[in-house]
Design a protein around this ligand. Structure first.
Ligand code: HEM
Length: 158
């Protein structure tokens, strides 16, 4: 049986609508994956909270404080300044709008004589904080990769 022309039009319109909705969904998914890590983390407020907790943990880490150079720096450098600098750096490295204004990683850590064991202790604290704040696995991997990219400039002994 032949359908009426108006029925055919309705079918065509419904098909077009489904196509448009499908395209919109694909576009939304693409926009999601194109988001910077900075945006996926929620911007500078959540980033600064994670950095704040992370540095508070580092400051009482016994493995790190057994190194006299780290212990002396911890007592000399204001924690708030360190948190500000690290937040600025993370913001920039994750694609955010900040411009890091501190010193390079080699220059700012050379006098601390940081070892592989101390690096691993720092990473354990870092992962603990990311887990506690519920940072998803993908974003954690990207953040750890950013941190790892600085290792050669920071770790100077076994
Ligand atoms: C075991 C690993 C680490 C330890 C023990 C450590 C400790 C410190 C300490 C004590 C300072 C202050 C130094 C001073 O002014 O005398 C410092 C500075 C800084 N650290 Fe680290 N750090 C470590 C790894 C990292 C990593 C992985 C990053 C970033 C990805 C980072 C970013 C910074 C920044 C941005 C500063 C400030 C630089 C400036 O003064 O302009 N640190 N760190």
């Amino acid at each position: 049986m032949l359908k009426s022309p108006s029925f055919a039009k309705t079918v065509v319109r419904a098909g077009l609508l489904a196509l448009m909705l499908g395209t919109a969904t694909v576009q939304a998914a693409e926009a999601q994956t194109a988001k910077s890590l900075y945006d996926r983390l929620g911007g500078d407020y959540p980033i600064s909270v994670v950095v704040d907790t992370f540095i508070d943990l580092l400051l009482v880490n016994d493995v790190l404080n057994a190194n006299p150079a780290i212990d002396a720096a911890r007592k000399r450098v204001p924690a708030a300044a360190l948190k500000f600098r690290v937040t600025e750096l993370v913001c920039q490295q994750t694609g955010g709008p900040c411009k890091y204004t501190g010193r390079g990683m080699k220059e700012s850590h050379a006098h601390l004589n940081i070892s592989e064991k101390e690096w691993q202790a720092m990473l354990t604290d870092f992962r603990r904080v990311l887990n506690n704040y519920g940072v998803p696995a993908k974003e954690q991997r990207e953040l750890v990769a950013i941190v790892e990219s600085t290792k050669n400039d920071i770790v100077v002994r076994k």
